[in-house]
Unconditional design. Structure first.
Lengths: 334, 373
């Protein structure tokens, strides 16, 4: 014990007083119950030994540490994520400046070619008209534009990752915990580091949050889909001398397509969920109105935006599921 | 080394060389030499135990490795149907997958047209699979998202042939297997028998010399199976492919085989011409097997005929007819004697009493104590 005491007392914490200490000084604090035996937390230990940091110092340290690596992270992430900003800004510009009839016409034609289902097209037309009728067309289209971009990015990244996972068991074992983490993190937690990393006005801030959240199902189901491809058919491909690329393009991907499409459907729905929350970090669209409803207690504004979100969700879900069942039905070639 | 030993060694070497030249003159299309397959993580290390003769059970208990194939030596002649028969778990599907290296052997040589395919690079192996071997599968293994025509054209599609060539060739073989008019159907719209016809057309379209058929007809119902066997024999008369056929059905094996290989627990227990195996089973396992079959239909007259003697004959019969047809001809009269001719020349005689004796197996199925199936 000799020496430890001396070490503790040298350079004792000179930080600002805590609230409890302040209260004690003014004499207003309730006398501490004598029977308590405090947990040896950092703050308690600090009382006994000044060398041990207080909790607030640790929190400060975390913040400083994060800020210290920020420049390095930014040099790496800035160029990689810049295209995301451009895509989001461009698509948002397109959907907010094009005349409503053009947007509706293009969307309905696209829905027709994706699903070949008249009822789905009619339902889409009804929803779009409803948004326009209650003067929510622009925010609805902003939300849709963000979902569109994020889903495309998720598919472009997620499908190759899923394929790679299905090929290499080691990679699968490494990635699955990451996917679990992304799925279990509360959605708010995504936003905290992103706010520090990127200037608040930039659209990639919410774009990254949405992609990280929504990419999980498409990765999982691509991996699963490729693994579930009939082993006999893959063996036939091998027996007739297919190269690995031919096997992927002619056998595995076409047979895994229904699963991949189911993953995309989930990705779309999760993008929608996240784009509403991301309105707190400047994501435009219907989420902003919901947020306004909450902040200003404007019940009507919030409810109307909520109804539009529900309609948009049903619209996207029906359309992507109809597209999936069309692929199942006709077994379209890739 | 003593002088007599040197002498012996020289003689042996000479004989071995001579022996090898004999094999060379026959030039089997495919030959397997000393093939071993052990399933498990450390198969190379366990190989020595298997070579020392450790049984499958002991290998599993003491080394946790499964003995798949044990010292397989088989030669498959060009233009013949080699049937590999065995019950499930005997290693027959493992064996056929070694021929195109879908499964890698633990030890041994696989020679195709004299080339050791174990030494081929990945690319050469792929070319060999594209050009020399085609395969027909038990569960058809067609591409469900492709039409019948595209499925049949798969081999040429992989080789990168022009679309017209692919479709022309595929259509030709689809017509040949009796599927003209079904080109634009999807496999799921066809019955099992028709799907397997697509499988056969797909194998034929690749234009390879060797066809591997892995229990190709086992998933079909008996009538369709007979149809398919007839189709295969009919195609074989014309095409003279080297066919390796896997089956667990002895009747099917005897119907198709030019050369029959019987596997048990991963080892060849008898191989040769089917008739001779039937007349002289070398193992109780085979004896038990052959006791159940319809011998009158399977045995040929040439297998049971005797030396030609003088005397009166009731008529001439062909040596390659089966006994069933002779019984029908004789009307069941056991007092008759027939002269056996082959290609117009008399080669032997057959007393109907001998025929009846040949119908009874050495051990009938009711007498065999140990049942293997």
């Amino acid at each position: 014990m000799v020496g430890l005491r001396a070490w503790c007392d040298t350079d004792a914490s000179t930080g600002p007083m805590s609230m409890a200490q302040l209260l004690a000084k003014t004499g207003n604090s309730a006398p501490e119950p004598s029977y308590t035996f405090a947990f040896p937390s950092l703050d308690e230990l600090n009382k006994a030994c000044g060398q041990i940091a207080q909790t607030r110092d640790v929190i400060k340290g975390l913040e400083d540490g994060f800020l210290a690596i920020r420049p390095a992270l930014r040099t790496v992430l800035d160029p990689i994520t810049q295209p995301l900003s451009w895509m989001l800004d461009g698509t948002l510009y397109l959907f907010t400046t094009a005349p409503w009839f053009l947007i509706m016409a293009v969307m309905l034609i696209a829905v027709w070619y994706a699903t070949y289902s008249l009822s789905v097209v009619i339902f889409n037309a009804f929803c779009l008209s409803f948004f326009a009728f209650v003067d929510h067309f622009e925010p609805a289209m902003q939300t849709f534009a963000v979902i569109l971009v994020c889903t495309i990015i998720s598919a472009l990244l997620g499908v190759p990752i899923g394929i790679a996972m299905s090929k290499y068991n080691r990679l699968q074992r490494a990635i699955i915990p990451v996917l679990d983490l992304l799925q279990t993190l509360p959605t708010f937690v995504y936003l905290i580091p992103l706010i520090f990393l990127f200037p608040i006005g930039e659209s990639r801030l919410y774009g990254i949050a949405i992609v990280l959240y929504a990419i999980v199902p498409v990765i999982r189901l691509t991996d699963l889909g490729v693994r579930l491809v009939d082993k006999d058919v893959v063996e036939a491909g091998n027996a007739f001398g297919m190269s690995p690329a031919q096997k992927l393009g002619k056998v595995e991907l076409p047979l895994a397509l229904p699963n991949i499409m189911a993953g995309l459907n989930q990705t779309i729905m999760m993008s929608l969920a996240m784009v509403v929350i991301a309105s707190m970090v400047t994501a435009p669209g219907l989420g902003v109105l919901v947020l306004r409803g909450i902040r200003n207690l404007e019940l009507g504004v919030g409810l109307m935006a909520g109804v539009c979100i529900v309609l948009l969700a049903v619209m996207l879900d029906r359309t992507s599921k109809a597209a999936l069942s069309r692929i199942d039905r006709t077994k379209t070639e890739m | 080394m003593t002088a007599p030993q040197k002498q012996l060694c020289r003689v042996l070497t000479e004989q071995k060389l001579k022996c090898e030249t004999d094999i060379m003159t026959q030039t089997p299309k495919v030959s397997l030499r000393g093939l071993y397959k052990i399933f498990g993580s450390d198969d190379k290390a366990v190989l020595q135990h298997a070579k020392a003769g450790m049984s499958k059970e002991n290998l599993l208990v003491s080394h946790q490795h499964v003995l798949g194939l044990k010292d397989i030596n088989v030669e498959m002649q060009a233009g013949e149907i080699t049937v590999v028969m065995g019950l499930s778990g005997s290693g027959k599907s493992t064996l056929i997958r070694h021929l195109n290296r879908l499964i890698e052997p633990t030890d041994g040589e696989i020679l195709v047209d004299g080339v050791d395919i174990m030494k081929l690079s990945t690319l050469d192996l792929r070319h060999m699979r594209q050009n020399k071997m085609s395969m027909v599968f038990q569960k058809f293994a067609l591409l469900p998202h492709r039409t019948v025509l595209q499925n049949a054209a798969m081999a040429l599609n992989i080789q990168g042939a022009a679309t017209e060539d692919q479709e022309g060739e595929a259509k030709k073989w689809l017509d040949r297997v009796g599927l003209g008019g079904f080109e634009n159907h999807y496999p799921s719209q066809l019955s099992g028998g028709m799907q397997q016809r697509v499988g056969i057309a797909r194998a034929l379209t690749s234009n390879s010399d060797i066809m591997l058929m892995d229990e190709a007809f086992s998933a079909l119902d008996p009538l369709i199976r007979t149809d398919m066997q007839d189709l295969l024999l009919e195609l074989q008369v014309e095409l003279k492919k080297t066919i390796v056929f896997i089956t667990h059905d002895l009747d099917e094996a005897l119907k198709l085989a030019d050369h029959l290989v019987i596997l048990k627990d991963g080892a060849v227990i008898q191989q040769g011409e089917p008739q001779s195996i039937l007349m002289a089973p070398s193992d109780p396992y085979i004896e038990d097997f052959v006791s159940d079959i319809n011998r009158a239909r399977v045995l040929r007259i040439r297998s049971v005929m005797q030396e030609l003697t003088e005397g009166k004959f009731a008529g001439d019969v062909d040596a390659n007819d089966n006994l069933e047809s002779l019984i029908a001809t004789s009307g069941g009269d056991t007092s008759l004697r027939y002269r056996v001719v082959e290609n117009g020349k008399p080669v032997g005689e057959l007393d109907m009493r001998e025929l009846v004796k040949a119908l009874v197996p050495r051990i009938s199925s009711s007498e065999t104590g140990t049942r293997y199936h």
